[in-house]
Ligand binder design. Structure first.
Ligand code: NAP
Length: 294
C-alpha cells in the first residue's frame, strides 16, 4: 500500500487458518509501496467451513484476488471458476485472481521454487533430485521438478503417503518425463538414493521453529556433490543446512521460494514485475520482528 487508503484502493487478501504469522502481508505491501501502486494486501483468518463464503466475498467486494494458505489450498480447486493447468494437475490453488467476477485459480508454489533454485544457479533439467516429505509443498515441488525433466525420488517417513503422492503425480505428468519414484525415508535404500543425487530438497517440517534441534536425515548422508534446498525459512539456517555446509554441499533456505511464489502472484494480480529484492528484505524484517527463538 502507498500509506493512504483512497476510494480507488484495490484490495488483495490472504485467507489462512491460522494466518497471523504470515509474512505475505509485509512482503506484498512492501512491493505495492515500492511501485507506488494503490493496492493493499490484508490477512483474514478464515475457517475451512467459511472458505466458500470468503471466496464469494472476493467476487462480491470486487477484490483483485487472494492468496490461500494452510488449510485451504486443496479445497479451493473446486471452489473457483477455472484453474490453471498446473493447479489442476497438482490439485492445489494458492492464488486467486478475480477477472470481472470470474475467479481464476493458480498454483505458484512449484514455479516459485524453480525460480528460487535458478536464482541460486542450480538447474533442474537432467538433475537427480531427492525430496524429503510428501505433504502439500512436496506435491508442488515434485511436480515442478519432474515437469522440468529432473529425475525425482520422494523419501517419506510414512511410506504409503509417499507412494500415493508419486502414483498421483505420475498420472498427471506431461508426456515424456521420467516417472517419479517413492522410497521409505526410514528404509534401507534411502541413503543410497541421496548418495546418487545432486539435489536434495527438504519439504518436511523437521527443523522448523520450534523444532530447531532436529533434522530429517543424519548428517553422514550429506556429500559435497549435493545442492541442498531447505523449504524452511525459520530459522534461516536449519540443522540440515549446517550439516550440508559442513559436508561441502551448496545450500539455500526457503526465503527464495517464499519471495518468488509471492512475486508470481503479484504478477498475476497487477501485470507488473515486482521488486523481488524489496520483497526479500520485507520477509527478513518480518522474520526478525514476528518470530522468536531463531
Ligand atoms: P505438510 O503437508 O504438513 O507435510 C509435512 C511433511 O513432513 C510430511 O511428509 C511428513 O511426513 C513430514 N514430517 C513431519 N514430521 C516428520 C518427522 N518427524 N520425520 C520425518 N518426516 C516428518 O507440510 P507442508 O505444507 O508440505 O510444509 C512443509 C515445510 O515446508 C514447512 O516447514 C513449511 O513451512 C515449508 N514451506 C515453505 C514454503 C516456502 O515458500 N519456503 C512453502 C510451503 C511450505 P508424514 O507423511 O510421515 O507425516
Amino acid at each position: 500500500m502507498t500509506g493512504t487508503l483512497t476510494g480507488r484502493t484495490r484490495v488483495v487478501a490472504v485467507f489462512g487458518h491460522p494466518v497471523r504469522h504470515s509474512l505475505s502481508p509485509g512482503m506484498q505491501n512492501a512491493a505495492f509501496r515500492e511501485l507506488i501502486l494503490d493496492y493493499v494486501y490484508v490477512p483474514f483468518s478464515v475457517s475451512p467451513e467459511d472458505l466458500p463464503a470468503a471466496l464469494g466475498a472476493v467476487r462480491a467486494l470486487g477484490m483483485v484476488g487472494a492468496n490461500l494458505t494452510i488449510p485451504h489450498k486443496e479445497r479451493a480447486v473446486a471452489l473457483v471458476d477455472s484453474v490453471s493447468d498446473e493447479a489442476r494437475r497438482i490439485g492445489s490453488v494458492n492464488t486467486v485472481h478475480n477477472v470481472d467476477g470470474e475467479l481464476r485459480g493458480y498454483s505458484t508454489d512449484g514455479e516459485g521454487f524453480m525460480r528460487a533454485l535458478e536464482a541460486e544457479g542450480k538447474s533442474a533439467e537432467g538433475s537427480r533430485a531427492v525430496l524429503l516429505g510428501a505433504g502439500g509443498s512436496a506435491r508442488a515441488v515434485a511436480y515442478a521438478l519432474a515437469a522440468k525433466g529432473a529425475t525425482v525420488t520422494v523419501l517419506n517417513r510414512t511410506a504409503i503417503r509417499g507412494d500415493e503422492l508419486v502414483s498421483e503425480l505420475n498420472g498427471v505428468l506431461p508426456e515424456g518425463r521420467p516417472p517419479l519414484r517413492s522410497v521409505a525415508l526410514n528404509g534401507p535404500d534411502a541413503r543410497r538414493e541421496i548418495s546418487d543425487a545432486d539435489l536434495l530438497v527438504n519439504c518436511t517440517s523437521v527443523g522448523m521453529h520450534p523444532d530447531t534441534d532436529n533434522q530429517p536425515i543424519p548428517s553422514e548422508w550429506m556429500h559435497e556433490r549435493l545442492f541442498v534446498y531447505d523449504l524452511i525459512y525459520n530459522p534461516l539456517k536449519t540443522r540440515l543446512l549446517v550439516a550440508a555446509q559442513a559436508a561441502g554441499a551448496r545450500t539455500a533456505n526457503g526465503v527464495g521460494m517464499l519471495v518468488h511464489q509471492g512475486a508470481i502472484a503479484f504478477e498475476i494480480w497487477t501485470g507488473l514485475k515486482p521488486p523481488t529484492d524489496v520483497m526479500e528484505q520485507a520477509v527478513l524484517v518480518g522474520l526478525d520482528t514476528t518470530t522468536v527463538g531463531r
